[in-house]
Design a protein around this ligand. Structure first.
Ligand SMILES: C[S@@+](CC[C@H](N)C(=O)[O-])C[C@H]1O[C@@H](n2cnc3c(N)ncnc32)[C@H](O)[C@@H]1O
Length: 315
């Protein structure tokens, strides 16, 4: 495994402030990663506080056990390997459903996953296998998708999850390739050839950026997990509890924004900031990974159940 830069937590102060931490509260960090945010939460809790940190990637959990070998013995901190789409089941198991003061989601990948895990997440690491599974128990790798889907299905996938303008050209060149594609370099050179040269000079962005985004979303079923995690969150938070989400691309942010609007219109609570919080220029300079981050905060005022009951009483 390659050496990686340590992951720098994005919008650290803003997200922790957003959680509005009570020192004896119960918190869930849905995206443990390298435990940057988790450590900040833990440091603000007293002996009665509790933090549950979730990650679907066993490598991330192993890394945290190794790096924080003493802290992980802290009885206030529970680390769970799971997808946060199962948030309600996790909280039922831990006996905290309806008692949670704050939930944090810092979506996407950690720097270590991107640069050092050799799973083909980065379009810069040309020799890596196109795997892209965050959870190695998932059955389908990115290269399997490329080879199993038809040209039409691939076009649809690149359009839907990558909003890729040249989806059909790229899909055609993938399917026309005489041998199956299995490495990052094989895919990026095909994309390079499929995307018109003029469009490449117009933008500073890497031509494979959207293709990699689309494949990663599909392999990990990221958008459905996010939707499920958000909906579970409002069921397990207690009134006054906060849901804080940092997203990194527009498809994710749209899901968060629409869900918060839906909850507000149902009278379940309200968004704390009218506009998403974004990183300062200084943060972007120090941590380029933060450049596309958007932070949204929702505060729950009533439970679905309470809502349902009051609707029944009113009718
Ligand atoms: C950006 S990193 C989190 C970094 C962390 N906040 C920190 O400060 O170190 C995102 C982490 O969430 C995990 N992850 C992403 N989607 C997930 C999901 N649906 N369920 C569980 N973990 C997920 C990834 O494996 C990754 O380790």
């Amino acid at each position: 495994m390659m050496e990686s830069k340590l992951h720098i937590s994005v919008l650290p102060q803003e997200s922790i402030e957003g959680l509005n931490i009570k020192k004896d509260g119960i918190y869930i960090d849905c995206t443990l990663g390298e435990a940057g945010h988790s450590q900040m939460v833990l440091n603000l809790l007293d002996k009665n506080g509790k933090l549950i940190s979730i990650d679907q990637d066993q490598n991330a959990i192993d890394f945290v056990y190794d790096k924080f070998s003493e802290v992980v013995k802290d009885p206030r901190w529970i680390i769970v390997r799971s997808n946060f789409s199962k948030l309600k089941a996790i909280s039922n198991k831990e006996g905290i459903a309806g008692k949670v003061d704050g939930i944090l989601m810092d979506l996407g990948l950690s720097s270590r996953q991107l640069e050092a895990d050799e799973r083909g997440f980065s379009y810069h690491n040309l020799d890596e296998e196109l795997d892209m599974r965050m959870d190695d128990q998932l059955g389908v790798k990115a290269k399997d998708l490329l080879n199993a889907l038809t040209e039409q299905e691939l076009t649809k996938l690149l359009r839907k999850y990558g909003e890729e303008r040249y989806a059909s050209r790229i899909a055609r060149s993938i399917k026309d390739n005489p041998t199956p594609i299995s490495t990052v370099g094989e895919l990026t050179s095909l994309v390079d050839r499929a995307v018109p040269a003029a469009s490449r000079t117009q933008t500073q962005k890497h031509p494979s950026r959207r293709v990699f985004q689309a494949l990663r979303i599909a392999v990990n079923d990221e958008l459905n997990s996010l939707t499920a995690g958000i909906h579970d969150s409002v069921d397990i938070l207690k009134p006054g509890g906060r849901l804080v989400i940092i997203s990194f691309q527009s498809l994710e942010d749209r899901i968060v924004k629409n869900a918060f609007r839906e909850f507000s219109s149902k009278g379940l609570g309200e968004e704390i900031n009218r506009k998403p919080i974004i990183p300062s220029e200084e943060e972007i300079e120090e941590n380029s990974r933060s450049h596309s981050a958007k932070l949204r905060i929702f505060e729950l005022t009533a439970h679905n159940e309470i809502q349902k009951n009051s609707e029944e009483i009113l009718h």
